[in-house]
Ligand binder design. Structure first.
Ligand SMILES: NC(=O)c1ccc[n+]([C@@H]2O[C@H](COP(=O)([O-])OP(=O)(O)OC[C@H]3O[C@@H](n4cnc5c(N)ncnc54)[C@H](OP(=O)(O)O)[C@@H]3O)[C@@H](O)[C@H]2O)c1
Length: 351
């Protein structure tokens, strides 16, 4: 189909992140005129419910997989931009590292791509002097690709390609699930939150804000060329988060600051003992212990003043709770609910 709009290929389009990016890219301009972008969505299964939903909105859906790079090359043909969110947990760190590099090269070879955006992650290896207790594979793969990209040219011109890295953070929307949200309500009505983060701070990003940052990047090609944007919506300790919950909902709540071992005992032990990705024996428990240590020990920080300058409407935990009429009652269909380990109800009942 001929279009004067800029086609953006979204890899990970049917996921929660890709969905938010697509929504933001299709937003009309401030004066009400239509968005300058149109979307090509890559999926392994065009017949999935999510892919059909995208197609029903008039979005071009193409079949492909990051496991088959010829399909990715075909999907890149003719696009102006690419938003690439490879799925660490499905493909594993080794493949993600290779795919991240190779998809960039394919984008350069295709010749139509002008702006390549990599959904990245903080380089926790560098930030901790390569301490393995802080190195979850879904950070290290994405960060390694980001480092490699920094060694590549980023050219802002009508006939060449620039790149930008958007390093994100845990989705605030996961407060709707058992990983971040309250684990139980005591008979006296107290909502029980539990975390392994101690007094540390967790940068979180709402999916809607993540979409806004992606849109900002495509709208500001020259400014964001060769840059890594470290995004978040808010940075909070769990005590602050729980106090905000009470302020917003009027409900009693408690934050149990647990050790990492105590926290994992709240989940099904078979689930947390599973490998976190197909190419590793590192378990879900070890992977998420590394994440817990990153936040507990304040390894990952964010410049909230810069973030609020770039995106003045960025949410806080409080505004996100108000906007979503957050009650603390968990939603089954919450983002990535299928990936979380099953709760250990016996242990949780004792909290
Ligand atoms: N959870 C968080 O807080 C968080 C925060 C920041 C970043 N991330 C990162 O985001 C990534 C996951 O994305 P998400 O959060 O949107 O998860 P999601 O909702 O589970 O979506 C996963 C997406 O990956 C696609 N996908 C999986 N394997 C693929 C393959 N071989 N080829 C092409 N597409 C494939 C799926 O597409 P189809 O099934 O349609 O093919 C789907 O669109 C992970 O790398 C994770 O580390 C997560």
């Amino acid at each position: 189909m001929l279009t004067s709009k800029k086609i953006i290929l979204v890899i990970g389009a049917t996921g929660v992140q890709g969905g938010a990016v697509i929504d933001a890219l299709l937003q009309p301009l401030a004066d009400g005129s239509p968005s300058p972008y149109t979307i090509r969505a890559l999926t392994r299964d065009p017949q999935s419910q999510r892919a059909k939903e995208l197609a029903s909105r008039g979005i071009e859906v193409v079949k492909g997989s990051t496991n088959d790079l010829d399909t990715v090359a075909a999907a890149l043909e003719g696009v102006y931009g690419a938003y690439v969110n490879t799925d660490s947990f499905t493909i594993g760190e080794q493949k993600e590292t290779f795919c991240g590099i190779r998809i960039f090269e394919l984008a350069k070879q295709v010749k139509t791509v002008r702006h390549y955006v990599w959904s990245g992650a903080d380089n926790v290896n560098k930030k901790t002097n390569y301490d393995p207790q802080y190195a979850p594979a879904h950070y290290t793969g994405k960060a390694r690709v980001g480092d490699w990209m920094r060694a590549q040219p980023s050219v802002v011109s009508d006939d060449n390609m620039s790149w930008t890295i958007l390093s994100t953070a845990p989705y605030m929307d996961m407060l709707q699930t058992g990983i971040y949200g309250p684990l139980r309500v005591r008979p006296d009505g107290t909502y029980v939150f539990a975390s392994p983060f101690g007094q540390g701070h967790v940068p979180m990003i709402t999916l809607a804000d993540l979409g806004c940052f992606a849109r900002y990047i495509f709208d500001h090609r020259a400014e964001t060329s060769a840059q890594e944007l470290e995004a978040a919506s808010d940075v909070v300790s769990w005590d602050e988060l729980v106090a905000t919950f009470t302020k917003v909902t009027g409900k009693k709540a408690v934050n149990l600051a647990l050790s990492i071992e105590e926290w994992f005992a709240l989940f099904n032990q078979e689930d947390v003992a599973r490998p976190a990705a197909p190419d590793t024996t590192t378990t879900f428990k070890e992977t998420y212990s590394r994440i817990a240590r990153l936040y507990r020990d304040d390894i990952i920080t964010r410049d909230l003043a810069w973030i609020r300058r770039v995106h003045p409407g960025v949410r806080t935990v409080e505004s996100w709770m108000r906007e979503n009429a957050y009650t603390g009652d968990l939603r089954r269909e919450a983002p990535q609910a299928g990936r979380r380990p099953r709760p250990n109800f016996e242990r949780i009942a004792q909290l």
